[in-house]
Write a protein that binds this ligand. Structure first.
Ligand SMILES: Nc1ncnc2c1ncn2[C@@H]1O[C@H](COP(=O)(O)OP(=O)(O)OP(=O)(O)O)[C@@H](O)[C@H]1O
Ligand SMILES: [Mg+2]
Length: 344
């Protein structure tokens, strides 16, 4: 799909962790892009490579993680070719990340306001103390915390407030792209709803782009217009939220959707996907979802499914052409259970 105004482009990216047991293929041939002002959700089970993919953009991965292929481009420039100084400039000012468990990211020994001001001064040359103080106060108001609390230490904040403070830090330099890694996972549903509302409102007022990482598709439905469904280091289905979540065409997306309460509020039993994701050190041939997929046939176990375009989205499934017919069967819980027992 060719699109204009692409801010971030990820092209066939491969990121492997080097371990004594072998390479962990955490990200294995991922292609995605994010246009200016666009909100992309990245969803998938724990361990499927979401955080690894996002950390790579800001070169925040540990030394044992290597880029084995592909490239990432920010405003058309290859990220792997940027110098350390250029990457430093990109962080915060252009792209900022609300890290997974952001509430632990604050330094316990400094007042929160001092941490936000330091970050501003470090990344935006020429900003004075007074201006930094005013900007910190404004951004606290935006995330719904009284600016007086800038004088507090992290331990004086509740979990939800720490999370908002981390969001404030990520937004304070008006970045072009915000990457939010599970920003609400550890929070209760009321605070979660408030924070998602804040992120939505802020993203719209800044007209910046957003990548929202989560394992919860209802969070994506509330915050994004595009979604990429990731499984075992690969993208299974990628397109608009309307197409992908309302009318999934990959068996894994169908399974994920079955496992969450209906987005439209209709009552139906939740069906989880039996089994667990594959070991990323021992790659199996064929589609990595095949061992759990109720629709897998012989070719799925031997050949990697190519990504194909259909109805405004990209899907990696050998049986894409038949999926409209097959998907009705996915609503039957027993078809998923039978599959896993057949593999035992
Ligand atoms: N430092 C590391 N060394 C070796 N393997 C790693 C390392 N960090 C992560 N991994 C492995 O890489 C894979 C992807 O991990 P990652 O943290 O990107 O997943 P995730 O989708 O963000 O999961 P979660 O939803 O639990 O946050 C996992 O199999 C994980 O065990
Ligand atoms: Mg993660």
């Amino acid at each position: 799909m060719s699109r204009e105004n692409i801010l971030l482009k990820i092209d066939d990216l491969k990121l492997y962790y080097h371990t004594t047991a072998g390479y962990v293929r955490a990200v294995d041939g991922v292609s995605l892009d994010v246009a200016v002002g666009e909100r992309l959700g990245l969803v998938g089970e724990s361990g499927c490579g979401k955080t690894t993919l996002m950390k790579a953009i800001l070169r925040l991965l540990p030394a044992n993680c290597r880029q084995m292929g592909g490239e990432m481009y920010y405003k058309g420039k290859a990220i792997s070719l940027l110098s350390e100084k250029e990457i430093q400039k990109l962080r915060w000012q252009e792209i900022s990340m609300i890290p997974q468990s952001a509430m632990n990211a604050l330094d316990p020994v400094y007042r929160i306001g001092a941490q936000i001001k330091e970050a501003m001064k470090a990344h935006q040359k020429g900003i004075g103390s007074k201006e930094a103080q005013e900007r910190a106060a404004d951004i606290f108001e935006l995330v719904g915390i009284n600016p007086k609390r800038l004088r507090d230490y992290p331990h004086q904040f509740s979990g939800g407030m720490k999370q908002r403070a981390a969001i404030a830090m990520a937004l304070v330099l008006n970045p072009n792209l915000i990457i939010a890694d599970e920003p609400t996972t550890a929070l209760d549903v009321i605070v979660q709803a408030q924070i998602l509302e804040r992120i939505n409102a802020l993203q719209q007022s800044y007209s910046g782009s957003l990548i929202m990482i989560t394992h919860d598709i209802s969070v994506i439905a509330q915050t994004c217009e595009k979604v990429a469904v990731m499984y075992a280091g690969k993208i299974m289905e990628y397109g608009t939220v309307r197409n992908v979540l309302n009318n999934p065409l990959h068996p894994y997306t169908l399974g994920l959707k079955n496992a969450f309460p209906s987005l439209l509020g209709e009552k139906k039993a939740l069906i989880s996907i039996p089994g667990s994701p594959p070991d990323l050190i021992k790659p199996q041939p064929g589609c990595l979802f095949a061992p759990r997929c109720p629709f897998a046939i012989a070719v799925c176990k031997t050949e990697d499914p190519p990504a194909k375009e259909k109805d405004g989205r990209v899907v990696a499934c050998h049986r894409l052409a038949e999926m409209e017919g097959l998907k009705v069967l996915a609503e039957d819980e027993t078809i998923w259970e039978r599959k896993v027992h057949a593999c035992d």
